[in-house]
Design a protein around this ligand. Structure first.
Ligand code: NAD
Length: 318
């Protein structure tokens, strides 16, 4: 059941957008070409699943050629595994792979119908990307973000210098996929104050086409998934740094005691220690609530470059 506040926020965003927006966004069936920005663990997963399940061509943009190369290698590995387990045929794998194209220039997104941004969780970086997307993309293109914690209303506002012009901001929405994208079914759909109902409907329908199960959340710090998950991970790190438990004991008790596939410290490594810190900072700063204070050890690990699985070292060595 939705609480009255939650219902009001959801309704408020679509009502505002209906009043202010007359932009026609693309109907779901017309999403013929997807753009994904950021070829890291999330962007690559989103691109691969879109090609595999929704069958659309995907243009994957990353400013770092090494990330693109690493991502494509990983995609090849996942597809080869699917073929070896007879989940798909070699022909199907080749077809999926042929749908993925890569580039280092965002200008290549001028013809896509739907774009999903998955660059690091740095507000100024996301704002500048959405400002550019509003210029580069077509007037019907849905502009989605995979942010874990940054306000969708604020990201949408970065598309224009004139807040009364909602032609681009009404097309901004969050499609917050869960990690690892090829495995996790859940996706959070978060609307900003400016987001139009058509944009929400298209985002939900496209995520379903990708085989995902959408949940809706209001635009509130951490949304639903991370507001619940990150304080849990942060508390596990505080338990480690204050000596309440050792790494293996912390992970073992949660894994064996709550029937989850991995403990909170290993999960932090898989998510990315930098991503965990960024989300805790947003929760702490935006709510002003001390219960969201990031653990000191979390900050130190980022300073050391121990970002988890992606950097080869985190709470565990990879
Ligand atoms: P990542 O560090 O693995 O990948 C980010 C990629 O973006 C890198 O390849 C980097 O080269 C690229 N990039 C940086 N600046 C760019 C630019 N200007 N243009 C194009 N590409 C650029 O990060 P990630 O874990 O994939 O996270 C991406 C987003 O997804 C973040 O907002 C994060 O909060 C969110 N998210 C992460 C998880 C998770 O478990 N890691 C889960 C859900 C959501």
């Amino acid at each position: 059941m939705f609480t009255p506040i939650f219902r009001r926020q959801l309704l408020q965003s679509s009502k505002h957008a209906r009043c202010f927006s007359s932009t026609r966004v693309v109907a779901t069936a017309d999403v013929k070409h997807l753009g994904v920005i950021g070829a890291g663990q999330m962007g690559l997963g989103i691109a691969l699943v879109a090609a595999q399940k929704a069958g659309v061509p995907v243009t994957l943009v990353d400013t770092n050629q090494a990330s693109i190369d690493k991502g494509l290698k990983f995609a090849d590995k996942l597809l080869a595994k699917d073929v070896s387990k007879e989940r798909i045929t070699q022909d199907q794998a080749d077809k999926i792979r042929s749908l993925l194209s890569t580039t280092t220039s965002m200008d290549s997104l001028s013809s896509v119908d739907f774009v999903i941004e998955a660059v690091p969780e740095i507000p100024s970086l996301k704002f500048s990307i959405f400002e550019s997307l509003a210029q580069i993309c077509q007037p019907h293109t849905i502009l989605a973000t995979n942010t874990s914690s940054i306000s969708i209303t604020r990201i949408a506002a970065s598309t224009t210098k004139d807040p009364t012009d909602t032609s681009a901001s009404s097309r901004v929405v969050s499609t917050h996929f869960m990690n690892p994208v090829p495995i996790q079914k859940g996706v959070e759909i978060i609307t900003g104050l400016q987001t139009s109902q058509e944009t929400v409907d298209t985002a939900i329908a496209f995520c379903k086409k990708m085989g995902k199960i959408p949940s809706q959340s209001a635009d509130s710090p951490g949304f639903l998934a991370n507001r619940i998950l990150m304080p849990y991970i942060n508390e596990a790190i505080i338990c480690l740094e204050t000596g309440v438990g050792r790494r293996d004991d912390i992970d073992a008790i949660m894994k064996n005691g709550t029937n989850v596939p991995m403990g909170p410290l290993q999960l932090a490594d898989f998510i990315g220690i930098d991503t965990c810190l960024a989300i805790m900072k947003v929760l702490h700063e935006e709510t002003g609530d001390s219960k969201y204070r990031p653990s000191v050890l979390l900050g130190k690990m980022v300073d050391a470059g121990w970002l988890g699985k992606k950097s080869g070292k985190g709470f565990y060595d990879y």
